[in-house]
Design a protein. Structure first.
Length: 257
């Protein structure tokens, strides 16, 4: 039986979801975060040196959980997209979208006909053909395509983009700030105006959207504005904060001896 896609269900029901970032290759990390209660995990293959078998193992490790594995692919190219979907990912996030034509290409690579032109061989995605027919019937609806809006040129075409048959859009405000010349200052007024413009277009056309949240307060703000795909926290950030705090406390004990 095909695993139910929790993130896809939440999106259809218009309920906010909680996602976390996976930047480390040990599948145990993904299991820990799934057990913590995340609805979905974003495996970041754009900025981290995962190899194919690591991603496959992480996807497999989540099969017996309710958490949906989403892979941020390295680029908008079938050589980056096809194998991730065939490995059984619950969806992909395509980075560095520059315009509506880029979105149309992503649709072609990730959706089966008649919506797109995805190549057919979901051997591992179907547990080696165990639920072949079910996958064929449900893939276009259940396997998510999320396009990342992080270039000002994409913001300029956002009204067209949100009317295309993608499952969701994601606001990458860090790269967006760089594309606008503000080099990481995503709180700059001009950057915030672009973010607001994307949110308004998505809400206008009923397109699910999300973005990273630096703090629980940021998370709450975006959910109140209609976000359905938010992330808060990563394996790396939790390890850094936890290790740093523990060392600080123990060093304090040593100094007070």
């Amino acid at each position: 039986m095909m695993k139910k896609n929790r993130l896809a269900r939440l999106i259809r029901e218009k309920k906010p979801s909680l996602g976390g970032w996976i930047c480390l290759g040990d599948p145990g990390v993904a299991i820990i975060m799934a057990n913590a209660g995340y609805d979905w995990l974003l495996i970041d293959n754009e900025h981290h040196p995962f190899i194919e078998t690591q991603i496959q193992t992480i996807i497999y490790s989540l099969k017996n959980t309710q958490t949906t594995p989403i892979v941020r692919v390295r680029g908008n190219d079938p050589s980056h997209i096809k194998w991730v979907l065939d490995a059984g990912a619950g969806g992909i996030m395509v980075p560095m979208i520059e315009n509506a034509n880029d979105v149309k290409r992503a649709i072609s690579y990730s959706k089966y006909p008649p919506i797109g032109n995805r190549g057919y061989s979901p051997v591992r995605a179907t547990d080696f053909w165990a639920f072949k027919q079910e996958y064929e019937e449900r893939a276009n609806k259940e396997i998510l395509l999320i396009c990342q809006i992080e270039q000002v040129s994409a913001v300029d075409e956002i009204e067209e983009i949100v009317q295309l048959p993608v499952d969701a859009i994601w606001i990458g405000y860090a790269d967006l700030s760089f594309s606008m010349g503000h080099r990481g200052n995503f709180r700059h007024t001009d950057v915030q105006k672009c973010i607001d413009r994307v949110i308004q277009a998505a809400n206008k056309y009923g397109k699910p959207w999300g973005m990273p949240a630096a703090t629980p307060e940021d998370f709450a703000l975006r959910v109140s504005q209609g976000a359905l795909l938010m992330t808060s926290g990563s394996d790396v950030s939790f390890l850094i904060s936890g290790a740093s705090e523990r060392v600080k406390m123990c060093r304090r004990a040593i100094e007070q001896k």
